[in-house]
Design a protein around this ligand. Sequence first.
Ligand code: CDP
Length: 230
Amino acid sequence: MKNEINIIALDGPAASGKSTLGERLANYLGFVYLDTGVMYRAVTLAVLKQNVDVEDETSVVQVAEKMDLDFCPPSCSDGRSNDVILEGEDVTWQIRKPEVEAYVSLVSTYPGVRNAMTMQQRKIASKGGIVMVGRDIGTVVLPNADLKIYLDASVEVRAERRYNELIHRNQNPDFDFILSDLKRRDEIDSTRTVAPLKPASDAIIIDSNKMDAEQVFQNLVDIIKTRKLN
Ligand code: CDP
């Protein structure tokens, strides 16, 4: 393991708190933050907008390869960390819609889609100073990352966190639906043939079942400080 930390891979299942933690860590270190889930969501939204059949793998891959996606500083303070721009349109909240959530895991199983996203993610990481968040960052996208974290929590705890997040966004969530949908996405994400969700063999696994966001963050800061001292 290296002492110099320049590239951090942060993986874990849906609603494990990766995005909150990743963004906070990137700010703390002065690093770039990239949530790769946004990229898979954007492909799914582009597919839906272009009326492409989500089961038509060849056409979905073509959409992914041609997609024009950009991240810009936040244009307003409505809880977003940045603007997600797809083909010139601000889709920051559209990518969180239930329709996208319903198909994103299927779209993410297609090897051609993963290949297109992985290439872009590696290009972004090549500049260094990055916290990249996803499912396969430590295992596939950045296997040489200086620090790999796998953030885990039981599906019940994650469902509760997602429920509270939606309440916070003034939505009207149904806990049982959230729970069953997380189970459905976990199953697809962890059983797919290419780049399944799993911890890298050299990842540090953080079980956040009994930790709040602050405790997880402090835990990670301690890990980084210890690593730098050794
Ligand atoms: O926010 P949430 O944890 O619900 O999901 P996300 O991180 O935005 O990712 C949405 C979906 O994209 C996941 O359920 C995966 O199917 C897929 N994904 C992936 O396959 N690989 C990644 N590196 C990131 C996301």
